[in-house]
Design a binder for this molecule. Structure first.
Ligand code: GLY
Length: 373
C-alpha cells in the first residue's frame, strides 16, 4: 500500500518541478498551488519532498532540482526577504540541513548555520522565549510564542551539534521548556499561542490564531506539539519531553473521528461540511513514528499508538491522497490553513504533503526525514 502511494507522490513532485521551473508552491483555494517566489514560511517543505524522493529512489533528477534552490534560499537569508518570524527553522531544516545531511555539502552547512544564527536573533532573554512573529517590540506579537515553533528548534539543536556552541542548545531547551509549561494544559490539550509581558516576562494568557477559539485545541497545533516534543526528547534525552509528547498524542488519538483523520479543531461543533485537516494527521503520523522509535518496548501506549498510526495512514492513502487525480499538484486533499480566517479551508497544504511523504518513506524504507541524524 505504501509503495504505490510513494510512487504516485514521486511522479507528482516531478510533474510540479517540470511544470513550474524555479518556482515554489503557495497555498491557495481551488485544489491547486499558486507558484511563486521564496517569501512565505512553507518553501522548505517543497525542497524537503525532493530530498525524500531522491533518497527513496535515488533518481538524480530530484537531487538536482533540490540543489538548484540552495542559491535561492541563500539569497532570501542574505536579503532578509520576509524573515521576521521563527519559521526560519522549517525553511532551512528542509532545504540547507537536508542537503547537508544527504550530500555533505559544505555550502549547505554554512547556510544552515547562518540561518540558525538568524533564529537565535529572535531569542528574547527577558522572557526566556523565541518570539514567533514580527519585529522585536511589536505591540501585538512582541511577547508571543506559538506551539508550531517546536519544529523550528531542531535547527538550533543541529547547530549545537555542529559547532559545540551551547548557546544554540540552551535557547532551544529553554524555549521547549517554556512551551511545555505554558502551551500544554493539564488534560493533554494545548493552546496554539501564549502571550507574555515583554517588559517583565510575566505570563499573560493563552489564546489562538488559527484555532476555533481561545482555549480550544487546534488540531494542527496539537500535531506540532506531538512531533515537536518527541524531537526535543530526541536531542535532549529529557524524559519530561517524551512524557509530554505522549500525553498530547493520547489526547489526539482519543478524539480521532471514525475515519482516523481529524477535523480542524477538537472543539469545533462537527456538522456536515466541517473541514478536516489532513495535514494535522500527516504530522501526527510522523510524530507517532518518532515516538514508537524511542519508547520502551513494554510501554503500555505502544499498541494504541501503533494502531492509530496504521489506521490514519491507511485512511490518508485511501481517502485523502490524490492518487485518483493524475494531474493534481498536491498529494493530500482536505487540508485546512486557517478556517476561522477563511483562508484555504479545504485545500492542498504543502506541509501536509511533506509530512505524508515523510511518514510513507519511513514506513516503507526507514528514511526518516531531516530533523535529526
Ligand atoms: N505554522 C503555521 C501553520 O501550521 O499554519
Amino acid at each position: 500500500m505504501w509503495k504505490n502511494a510513494i510512487e504516485d507522490a514521486m511522479l507528482k513532485i516531478k510533474q510540479n518541478i517540470i511544470k513550474h521551473p524555479g518556482k515554489l508552491p503557495h497555498i491557495i483555494e481551488g485544489q491547486r498551488y499558486e507558484w511563486g517566489d521564496n517569501d512565505d514560511w512553507i518553501e522548505g517543505f517543497y525542497t524537503g519532498m525532493m530530498w525524500l524522493a531522491y533518497e527513496y529512489g535515488e533518481d538524480p533528477f530530484y537531487k538536482e532540482a533540490a540543489e538548484s534552490f540552495l542559491a535561492n534560499f541563500k539569497d532570501r537569508l542574505d536579503r532578509h526577504v520576509v524573515l521576521d518570524h521563527h519559521d526560519i527553522g522549517f525553511l532551512y531544516s528542509l532545504s540547507a540541513v537536508a542537503q547537508w545531511r544527504v550530500t555533505g555539502s559544505e555550502e549547505a552547512r554554512a547556510l544552515a548555520l547562518q540561518a540558525a544564527d538568524r533564529l537565535v536573533a529572535r531569542w528574547r532573554p527577558q522572557m526566556g522565549m523565541i518570539q514567533a512573529w514580527g519585529k522585536e517590540g511589536d505591540p501585538e506579537n512582541g511577547g508571543r510564542i506559538i506551539i508550531d515553533c517546536l519544529l523550528n528548534l531542531p535547527l538550533l539543536f543541529w547547530a549545537h551539534e555542529q559547532t559545540g556552541d551551547s548557546t544554540y542548545y540552551d535557547i532551544a531547551l529553554q524555549h521547549a521548556l517554556k512551551s511545555q509549561k505554558f502551551l500544554v494544559r493539564g488534560d493533554g490539550s494545548s493552546y496554539h499561542t501564549f502571550y507574555f509581558n515583554p517588559e517583565n516576562g510575566n505570563a499573560l494568557r493563552g489564546g489562538t490564531h488559527q484555532g476555533y477559539q481561545d482555549g480550544s485545541t487546534w488540531t494542527r497545533g496539537q500535531a506540532w506539539g506531538i512531533y515537536g516534543f518527541a524531537l526535543a526528547y530526541r536531542y535532549t534525552k529529557l524524559d519530561t519531553f517524551l512524557d509530554t509528547s505522549k500525553r498530547l498524542a493520547r489526547y489526539f488519538i482519543e478524539r480521532l473521528p471514525e475515519d482516523g483523520v481529524v477535523y480542524w479543531d477538537f472543539d469545533v461543533p462537527v456538522e456536515e461540511g466541517t473541514p478536516r485537516d489532513s495535514s494535522a494527521s500527516a504530522i501526527v503520523a510522523c510524530g507517532l513514528l518518532e515516538l514508537l522509535d524511542v519508547m520502551d518496548q513494554e510501554d503500555p501506549d505502544r499498541v494504541a499508538f501503533g494502531e492509530a498510526l496504521k489506521a490514519s495512514m491507511a485512511s490518508l492513502v485511501t481517502g485523502y491522497a490524490t492518487t485518483d487525480l493524475p494531474d493534481a499538484e498536491g498529494l493530500l486533499k482536505h487540508g485546512s490553513y486557517h478556517v476561522r480566517g477563511d483562508r484555504a479551508p479545504d485545500d492542498y497544504m504543502i506541509w501536509g504533503d511533506y509530512y505524508y511523504l515523510e511518514a510513507l518513506v519511513r514506513l516503507d524504507k526507514g528514511i526518516k526525514g531531516y530533523w535529526y541524524e
